[in-house]
Design a protein around this ligand. Structure first.
Ligand SMILES: [Mg+2]
Ligand SMILES: [Zn+2]
Length: 191
């Protein structure tokens, strides 16, 4: 069973622009492709886990979410970097599009996406890392027994100022590049 880095998308890999509803609004952080290439090189699976309630809210379609991920893949491939798989939650209990407007197991901090990824790809969450810009990403990491890293990009700096009772990250760092350095140094120290 393999270790993975479960990456949040908006505010962690790419800028959080609110509901991302156009490819022209995809803005990579300058370090993202290099970081993902380094994680690939370290032998970690890189898996994106993202809440996309905009689908339930009728702001964009699942087809658009998939198109966005193909676009991200093409941009990463040009830099020699690879995401192994994408999982997204299109649901929200307060949505307005019928099939998606419900409670679900996959909306973070629920663990559904990681459970599915672990089973699809043979990953061991206990050896893995979750990186995100919200406490719900940290909660997800805790729920699956992974190490949890909060980044200060996106909503992260604001989240850091508003601690959530009983929820602590293993580390809080400035951005995904610092998160990857922390992860890779932990792996080395464990060998
Ligand atoms: Mg986020
Ligand atoms: Zn869901």
């Amino acid at each position: 069973m393999k270790a993975a880095v479960f990456l949040d998308r908006d505010g962690t890999m790419i800028e959080d622009v609110g509901y991302l509803d156009s490819l022209s609004r995809v803005a990579f952080y300058p370090w993202t492709a290099d970081v993902i290439r380094a994680l690939n090189g370290a032998g970690l699976a890189v898996v994106v886990v993202t809440n996309q309630a905009g689908v339930a809210r009728g702001l964009f379609s699942e087809a658009f979410v998939n198109e966005t991920h193909r676009y991200i893949d093409a941009r990463l491939a040009a830099a020699g970097a690879r995401v192994d798989a994408y999982y997204y939650c299109p649901h929200h209990p307060g949505g307005r599009v019928a099939p998606y407007t419900r409670c679900c197991e996959c909306r973070k901090p629920g663990r559904g996406m990681i459970d599915k990824a672990a089973s699809d790809l043979g990953l061991d969450p206990a050896q893995s890392f979750v990186v995100g810009d919200k406490w719900l990403d940290v909660q997800l990491g805790r729920a699956v027994g992974a190490r949890a890293i909060l980044v200060r990009t996106g909503m992260g700096a604001a989240e850091e100022m508003q601690p959530l009772d009983g929820v602590a990250a293993d580390v809080v760092v400035d951005n995904l590049a610092a998160a990857a350095s922390w992860i890779i140094s932990r792996l080395k120290s464990e060998i």
